[in-house]
Design a protein around this ligand. Structure first.
Ligand code: DQA
Length: 144
C-alpha cells in the first residue's frame, strides 16, 4: 500500500516560520516521523513539498493509479485552489486534508477549504502529530 504525503507552499520553512502557529519541528523532522509511522503501519510513503500549485497538481496526477491514498497539507492553496480540488477529484484518490494549525480558530479566510470538498476527512490543529494521525486514519480507511 502506497500513500503520498504532499505539502504545499511555505511548508519548506517549517521550524523557522511563525513557530507560535506552526511549532518548531522542521519538515525534514516531520518526514522522519512519518517514515517511522509508515514502517509501523506497514505502508510505503512518498513525502514531497512544493511551493508551486502546478507542481502539486502534477504530483497528484502522477499518483493516479499508483498511490492508494493522498494526505495533503495544501497550505494556503487550501483556501484558494479550485484547480487542486479538481486534481484530487480527477485522480480518484482517497484524500485526507491536513493542517498543523486549527484553521477554524484563525482568520475567516482560512475557514473555507476547497480541498475539504474532495476529501474523505480533515485533520487540523494537532501540529506535527497530525501527520501521524492522518497516516493512521488513511491506513484504516484503506484496510476497511
Ligand atoms: C496550514 C494552514 C494554512 O491556512 C496556511 O496557509 C499554511 C499552513 C497549516 O498547516 O496549518 O500555510 O496549512
Amino acid at each position: 500500500t502506497h500513500i503520498l504525503i504532499l505539502n504545499g507552499p511555505n511548508l519548506n520553512l517549517l521550524g523557522q516560520r511563525q513557530p507560535d502557529t506552526y511549532g518548531t519541528a522542521t519538515l525534514a523532522e516531520i518526514e522522519a516521523q512519518c517514515r517511522q509511522t509508515a514502517t509501523a503501519l506497514q505502508v510505503e510513503i512518498d513525502f514531497a513539498q512544493s511551493n508551486h500549485e502546478g507542481v502539486l497538481i502534477d504530483r497528484i496526477h502522477a499518483a493516479r493509479g499508483v498511490s492508494a491514498g493522498l494526505i495533503l497539507n495544501a497550505g494556503a492553496y487550501t483556501h484558494t485552489s479550485i484547480a487542486l480540488m479538481d486534481a484530487i477529484l480527477s485522480a480518484e484518490l482517497p484524500t485526507i486534508e491536513l493542517h498543523l494549525s486549527n484553521i477554524h480558530a484563525r482568520e475567516g479566510f482560512r475557514h473555507r477549504s476547497y480541498i475539504a470538498r474532495a476529501a474523505i476527512g480533515v485533520i487540523c490543529g494537532f501540529g506535527p502529530a497530525g501527520y501521524d494521525l492522518a497516516l493512521h486514519a488513511m491506513a484504516r480507511h484503506l484496510a476497511a
